[in-house]
Design a protein around this ligand. Structure first.
Ligand SMILES: CCCCCCc1ccc(Oc2ccc(Oc3cccc(O)n3)cc2)c(O)c1
Length: 257
């Protein structure tokens, strides 16, 4: 059927549990016919990821550990993937981190180490994985990452992660410029707040969720499935004319003053 992802393989980085946005993306891509390759940060995530993948209709998924702060580890992971499948058609980067103490209170109190750690994991990792993944995208490809409004405007408490997302957004655009000539598109989904394991680390998350339901144009919270379906669009040929773009899947909240 037109715009199916059958016969295509995608790497999904960052599934932690069934609430992960990366899991919502995985379900949408799988339901569109894609074969999935999961990477996880450390072996403590292997079991939950394998269990989740086991609930999918087809059991053709592959699994690799990948610590995105280690360039050699990234090289090793993608050479193993190349050996096992040869070609991939896209990659979903759903990885970010900041120390809890840097996700509340005053931004001015951010430590140098905390600032650099967040940039390293949340922004530079997209450069490092894209550099290795592009070698496997010999039939063209689509790379996507996850960003948030707090990287475009100040959102109380988001603090150092907002600076990392601003960096990620421009990282995405510069990668789009480099990779377009190789037939590889690079985009971002800016999701409204969703109750994930990561969201637990951001101060005052609940009040933002409430504001969305009260004020967002669509007057409803954003779901993992809505993000997953937009990821399907970005991975499919339906979005073949789009690169360097940020799609807001946030019930329209970003258009408000
Ligand atoms: C005050 C802003 C409320 C809306 C926040 C929406 C959101 C939720 C989760 C997001 O992803 C992360 C990922 C890692 C992260 O760092 C964490 C998470 C848990 C524990 C910890 O020590 N760090 C914080 C947010 C994200 O980028 C954005």
């Amino acid at each position: 059927m037109k715009f199916s992802l059958e016969g295509r393989t995608y790497v999904v980085m960052g599934v932690a549990n069934k609430r992960s946005i990366a899991w919502g993306i995985s379900k949408s891509l799988h339901d569109a016919g894609a074969r999935l390759i999961f990477t996880y940060a450390s072996e403590r995530f292997e079991k939950p990821v394998r269990e989740l993948a086991g609930t999918l209709e087809r059991d053709d998924s592959l699994f690799y550990e990948c610590d995105v702060t280690d360039d050699e580890a990234i090289k090793k992971t993608f050479s193993e993937i190349k050996e096992d499948v040869g070609v991939i058609h896209g990659l979903a980067h759903c990885i970010a981190f900041a120390n809890r103490e840097d996700l509340k209170g005053e931004f001015i109190d951010t430590s140098r180490d905390g600032f650099l750690l967040s940039q390293n994991i949340s922004a530079y990792s997209l450069v490092a994985v894209s550099r290795e993944a592009k070698e496997l995208m010999t039939e063209g490809g689509s790379i996507m990452t996850m960003t948030y409004l707090g990287g475009e405007r100040v959102v109380e408490n988001y603090n150092v992660m907002g600076v990392s997302k601003a960096s990620l957004d421009m990282t995405m655009r510069y990668l789009a410029n480099d990779l377009g000539k190789e037939g590889i598109r690079v985009n971002a989904i800016s999701a409204g707040p969703i109750r994930t394991l990561s969201a637990k680390g951001v101060g005052d998350f609940n009040s933002i969720l409430k504001t969305i339901e009260e004020r967002a144009p669509l007057r409803k919270p954003v779901t993992q499935e809505e993000v997953g379906d937009t990821a399907y669009f970005l991975m499919s040929d339906l979005s073949r004319g789009i690169t360097g773009e940020i799609l807001h899947v946030d019930s329209g909240y970003n258009i408000l003053g």
